[in-house]
Every structure is written in C-alpha cells, then in structure tokens.
Design a protein around this ligand. Structure first.
Ligand SMILES: [Zn+2]
Length: 66
C-alpha cells in the first residue's frame, strides 16, 4: 500500500501532485513529444498505445487561415 500516491506519467517519468497538474502535463508539448517518440520506437504494443491515446485529450489544432 502506498500512503502517499503521487500521480505519475509513466511515459515521461514525471510526478504530478494533483489532477490539474496531470491535465496540464497531458496537454504539454513535453508529453506529446514523448508519446510520439514511443510510437516511433514501437516499444509499446498497439493496445497500450490505443489505451493511452484514448485516455488523452485529442490534440487541439488551431488552423489559422490567412
Ligand atoms: Zn507525460
């Protein structure tokens, strides 16, 4: 049992102290770079990737038309 369970992002190996920090981390460039790197290296199997992607917010892409 862990008396004090920080939220961790296993992909990036970082600890977040609360849910809000986790959300901010999941939206951050750092996390997406890590995710991309993992997908390229294919060290995780497809199911793990699908699971991770399903948990996350889809990237919000802002297209500026000019
Ligand atoms: Zn992360």
């Amino acid at each position: 049992m862990c008396s004090r369970c920080p939220i961790t992002c296993d992909l990036c190996d970082v600890e977040l102290s609360n849910a809000q920090e986790l959300e901010e981390h999941l939206d951050s460039r750092t996390h997406w770079d890590t995710l991309e790197h993992i997908q390229r290296s294919s060290s995780y199997d497809d199911m793990a990737i699908a699971f991770l992607q399903a948990r996350e917010h889809p990237a919000q892409i802002h297209i500026t038309s000019c």
